[in-house]
Design a binder for this molecule. Structure first.
Ligand code: PNS
Length: 161
């Protein structure tokens, strides 16, 4: 497993400014960063896989060492498939800690060669989530400081329909 390749996995429904902050900072540390979107058959989501990947690509267009993919099944299996040694996660408020701790422990038990690497979210994004963005957009609120600028219009339009 290559420790120079990290995977930032998630639903990204849609990518938020908090996700972008973690991607930027992760890409400055690791030579190769893969953003992997979970294909979750039990959770339909608001945006399609194609829309999510397109929004990620447009938001990270200036980051040459970042690539995009989708996966299903266990994250550790995907890590093996792409030969990546590090899972990148962002920690927001203290409330994230318990579930993140559990996930990191389980993943390490499933494959001890995979490490989880945490970055503390920048304070301005500490309470931001994709579900909060969806709710604000649904009720006509201004989401421009919560999602990357290249996707503000697409997310706003999605909920205007
Ligand atoms: O956007 P999220 O909800 O923070 O992403 C969570 C994700 C996709 C990283 C996590 O649910 C995941 O890794 N799912 C794949 C299934 C898996 O590997 N489960 C075992 C670890 S708990």
């Amino acid at each position: 497993m290559n420790p120079e390749t990290c995977v930032y996995a998630g639903s990204f429904d849609p990518i938020t400014s908090g996700h972008l902050d973690i991607i930027r900072r992760g890409a400055a540390i690791f030579p190769k960063l893969i953003v992997a979107v979970l294909r979750n058959p039990s959770k339909k989501g608001c945006f399609t896989m194609e829309e999510r990947l397109s929004m990620l690509q447009r938001s990270c267009a200036d980051l040459p060492n970042v690539s995009f993919d989708s996966f299903d099944g266990l994250l550790v299996d995907y890590m093996r498939k792409v030969d990546a040694g590090v899972i990148l996660r962002g920690l927001r408020a203290v409330s994230d800690f318990e579930s993140e701790f559990q996930m990191a422990q389980l993943n390490r038990q499933l494959n001890p060669q995979v490490e989880t690497f945490f970055l503390m979210t920048s304070p301005e994004h500490a309470y931001l989530s994709s579900s909060a963005v969806r709710e604000i957009a649904m009720f006509g609120g201004d989401i421009s400081c919560f999602v990357p600028s290249p996707i503000v219009e697409e997310v706003t339009q999605k909920f205007r329909k």
